[in-house]
Design a protein around this ligand. Structure first.
Ligand code: PGA
Length: 255
């Protein structure tokens, strides 16, 4: 089946940039990209910079995303931010279950599942991250790990399964400069799509966008994005520089 999904490139700025730096990066990105609309472009700054970045991109095609949220709507959850608070800031997307959250903050698939449901209920598009460690890849557990993460993180969504975006991010490739080869990534992406098909049927599985993440940069983006089941990128390090981020977006337009 031909690929008719729109490429989506999202920048995950992680815990980087002051408000002033985030504003400068955003202005540079919008200048580099102009009126780009062939590719969906998302920037995910820290919570503290969401408002300022959101104000700059209001009249552009770039959309705002957050890096995390809590699943409850409100209440006594010191330090947390809810989906409706993100909507209040005109966020359209939220990254959920990033491996750094799973590893450093103990997020389980069950927690991610609660967050995914809350995000969808608030009309936020979740970017749900999955990926294996180096040890798991070397001991041939990649597909089992991915299957478990997808099935549990996306459990019970029913028809709403089509609202999610998935990011396949092999942990060994994140921030390491190591990238999965296009063949390695395609192999896992096709596998993820087959699990989605089991969960929601062919039409839904064919419509869901699956991003690759892990040291994606302008030099490797086009080859990765040319793979039949790779529908975008979740970019960390290279998203902190306007021209490299724009280079990846342009690779998505060209392919
Ligand atoms: P990286 O990060 O591009 O710096 O490898 C990707 C991510 O963690 O989302």
């Amino acid at each position: 089946m031909s690929k008719n999904r729109k490429i989506i490139i999202a920048g995950n700025w992680k815990m980087n940039k002051s408000i002033a730096e985030a504003e400068e990066l955003t202005r540079n990105i919008t200048m580099e990209l102009g009126e780009t609309s062939e590719v969906d472009v998302v920037v995910c700054p820290t919570f503290t910079a969401l408002k300022s970045v959101g104000d700059i991109i209001t009249n552009t095609t770039v959309k705002l995303g957050a890096q995390n949220m809590h699943w409850e709507a409100e209440g006594a959850y010191t330090g947390e931010i809810s989906a409706s608070m993100l909507r209040d800031l005109y966020c359209h997307y939220v990254i959920l279950g990033h491996s750094e959250r799973r590893t450093y903050f103990g997020e389980t698939d069950e927690i991610v599942n609660n967050k995914v449901k809350a995000a969808i209920a608030a009309n936020l598009k979740p970017i749900v991250c999955v990926g294996e460690s180096l040890e798991q890849r070397e001991s041939d557990q990649t597909k089992d790990v991915i299957k478990g993460q997808i099935e549990k993180s996306l459990a019970g969504l029913g028809e709403n399964l089509d609202k999610v975006i998935i990011a396949y991010e092999p942990i060994w490739a994140i921030g390491t400069g190591l990238t999965a080869s296009p063949e390695q990534a395609q192999d896992v992406h096709a596998y993820i799509r087959s699990i989605l098909e089991e969960m929601g049927g062919t039409d839904i599985a064919q419509s869901i966008r699956i991003q690759y993440g892990g040291s994606m940069k302008p030099a490797n983006a086009e080859e990765l994005l040319s793979q039949p089941d790779i529908d975008g990128g979740l970019i960390g390090g290279a998203a902190l520089d306007a021209s490299s981020f724009a280079g990846i977006v342009n690779a998505g337009i060209q392919k």
